[in-house]
Design a protein around this ligand. Structure first.
Ligand code: PLP
Length: 408
């Protein structure tokens, strides 16, 4: 008799987006003429930049000729892309990395979910609340938690982000072994300054904690003083792994390319207290379980770093950030209390009065025909909040804001 991995049974179904889809579909059935605007999704809508398409076409061309055809590639990524990543994303910020510290992958989702595999199953995990659900669910699957009361899992240390702390988590009041941080944050859109981030790095160094730092939205940072990489903070190379993605930077959500930085100096310990570098363990994991990203897609990702590519990516991110500004200005003028949207494509709003997240979702859908994401779906501390994204078209963003102002 094959037994099930019972950890999977602890997970509720993918309740949030399924429930949103159910409510929207019911509303549409009853109101077939309603012109619904979706500002709920965390997916980009603009096409790939021309420089990326050119580079991808060239990569495909090369695959068609015997002299330039490529079969299995290195699982950790081609050096032509890794060198460009280091040269463009890190060196200008004073961060030196070796080529074997960067691992190209098919997504920050897969990497943030898989990375816990090479860490001890008895480790105590901390996450911010609200949180990108993948960090929690992957640790539930791995058996690091007890069951859930619907909002929180037993055994996980939750670090609330609320209006009281300005959506910035406080350090854990107990020792944790693995700490997930995401800045710019999904869903709150908030960032930490270099000084604020240093407190976390210091905590990790004191407690031998590994920080799993998700910087998938790094390209959206606009303000000075906000670190683009955790390695801008002194000592971070001893304690932090950083996840990056081309998804939101260059429109790769359907194309798939990301990378993870695992500095050789990040150490974990065995039961005798002996230190082991995480870097060769991750290499071992990837070479066994991951086939690498296809050559044309890595060629396309390298297109992001050409002069044209950099300009086009900048324009793409600017487009979404102008949307974020439109949402921020419009809703602030309408009296809503907002977070984020300055260095991130997410706007996190307090629901009016004591309205619950889902209650506000229904009201916004019924009265303004606008769809957002209820904050409660990202964790217990997200109750009473609501997420809007800047990833819509300009026209829809303007229309949605007008409707919220006039109908809500
Ligand atoms: N990390 C965060 C915080 C995200 O919000 C997302 C996507 O929404 C991802 C990672 C996934 O990135 P990728 O498309 O590279 O898998």
């Amino acid at each position: 008799m094959a037994l099930v991995n019972e950890n999977y049974l602890k997970l509720p179904g993918n309740y949030l987006f399924a429930e949103i889809a159910r409510r929207v579909s019911q509303f549409k059935n009853n109101n077939p003429d309603a012109d619904i605007i979706r500002l709920g999704i965390g997916d980009v809508t603009r096409p790939l930049p021309a420089a990326v398409i050119e580079a991808m076409k060239k990569g495909v061309e090369e695959m068609s000729r015997e002299e330039t055809f490529r079969g299995y590639g290195p699982e950790q990524g081609y050096s032509f892309l890794i060198e460009k990543i280091i040269e463009n994303d890190f060196r200008p910020r004073g961060v030196e990395l070796a080529g074997d510290e960067v691992f190209v992958s098919d997504g920050a989702k897969s990497d943030t979910a898989n990375f816990q595999e090479i860490l001890g199953s008895g480790n105590v995990v901390a996450v911010t609340d609200p949180v990108y659900p993948v960090y929690v669910d992957s640790n539930v699957m791995a058996g690091r938690t007890g069951s859930t009361d619907g909002g929180r899992f037993e055994g996980i240390v939750y670090l609330p982000c609320t209006e009281e702390n300005g959506m910035k988590p406080s350090l854990p009041d107990k020792r944790v072994d693995m700490l997930y941080l995401c800045f710019p944050n999904n869903p709150t859109g908030m960032t930490l300054s270099k000084e604020e981030l240093k407190k976390w790095v210091d905590y990790a160094r004191e407690n031998r904690t590994v920080i799993l730092y998700d910087a998938a939205y790094e390209a959206y940072i606009r303000e000075d003083g906000v670190p683009h990489s955790i390695y801008e903070v002194e000592g971070a190379k001893e304690v932090a792994v950083e996840f990056r993605s081309f998804s939101k930077t260059a429109g790769f959500t359907g194309t798939r390319c990301a990378y993870t930085v695992v500095p050789r100096d990040v150490k974990v310990y065995d039961s005798t207290g002996k230190a082991h570098s995480l870097n060769p363990l991750w290499l071992r994991r990837q070479t066994t379980k991951f086939n690498g990203v296809s050559y044309p897609v890595q060629a396309a990702a390298a297109g992001v770093f050409t002069e044209e590519g950099k300009r086009q990516v900048r324009e793409l991110v600017d487009y979404y950030m102008e949307n974020a500004g439109i949402i921020r200005e419009g809703l602030t003028a309408a009296g809503y209390r907002l977070y984020g949207g300055v260095n991130a494509p997410y706007i996190w709003m307090k629901t009016p009065g004591s309205m619950g997240s889902w209650e506000f979702f229904d009201k916004l859908m019924k009265e303004a025909h606008v769809i957002g994401t209820p904050g409660a779906g990202f964790g217990a501390s997200g109750e009473g909040y609501f997420r809007l994204t800047a990833f819509g078209s300009r026209e829809n963003t303007l229309r949605a804001v007008e409707r919220i102002k006039s109908r809500m």
